[in-house]
Design a protein around this ligand. Sequence first.
Ligand SMILES: Nc1ncnc2c1ncn2[C@@H]1O[C@H](COP(=O)(O)OP(=O)(O)O)[C@@H](O)[C@H]1O
Ligand SMILES: [Mg+2]
Length: 248
Amino acid sequence: MDPVIKVTDLRKNYGGLRAVNGVDFEIGRGECFGLLGPNGAGKTTTVKMLTCALPLSGGDITVEGMSVNKDPRGIKYILGVCPQEVNLDPDFSVLKNLLVYSRYFDIPYSEARKRAVELIDRFHLHDKLERPIEDLSGGLKKRLLLARALINRPRVLILDEPTTGLDPQSRRQIWDEVRGMKSNGLTTLLTTHYIEEAELLCDRLVIVDAGKIVEQGTPQELILKHLDGKGNLEDVFLKLTGRNLRDE
Ligand SMILES: Nc1ncnc2c1ncn2[C@@H]1O[C@H](COP(=O)(O)OP(=O)(O)O)[C@@H](O)[C@H]1O
Ligand SMILES: [Mg+2]
């Protein structure tokens, strides 16, 4: 079957820095695919190119057969994007943030409002409906970002470090949501530097470091291949790079 996302020899240079330096991977329908790597590995840069927010220095990305170089509008239409940085609009309430965002997708107002209220309920934000963003904790802001990413009923979900900086309870809530969407068959790309998150959520993943893919496979395959099945992805990363992912 054709991959939903196909990344071919992807490159991004910032001046002399090769932030993404020849990356290839494919994501199949219904897969939760991970980019696991330390800060500075090039995960967000990859996500920004995939979501048509940053031009490529080289290579190509296709989503459902559409190229980011040729059909960014078509791609944006079917993606749900939860960015690493919390880019909610501080001038608007929780509800208004979802409604304003829905305009990018030409969703009629009555439909957008219905979807927004449903998402606010689902993500347990109903008592914050009319509150400004500054009233939300870090965990609630991340939940709202995830809700916002679903307003256009995306075919592919992109989650850039969805739980970074969250307390364990908020992290668990996000994990539950992602697992729920996964069981509904939503194709997902997730970036993380948390081993537990990658092991728990990803069907397949690539380990990235300094703009390159170091290794790829299912978590079990990698642990079997590099550690005879004894250890976790953190030990795999240590073995492959000589560094500890937790220290990064
Ligand atoms: N706008 C930018 N200008 C220059 N360098 C950048 C820019 N954005 C990211 N970088 C650099 O590119 C590398 C990859 O960053 P990033 O993609 O954010 O990694 P990650 O998301 O894995 O932490 C880092 O060295 C970072 O400092
Ligand atoms: Mg990042």
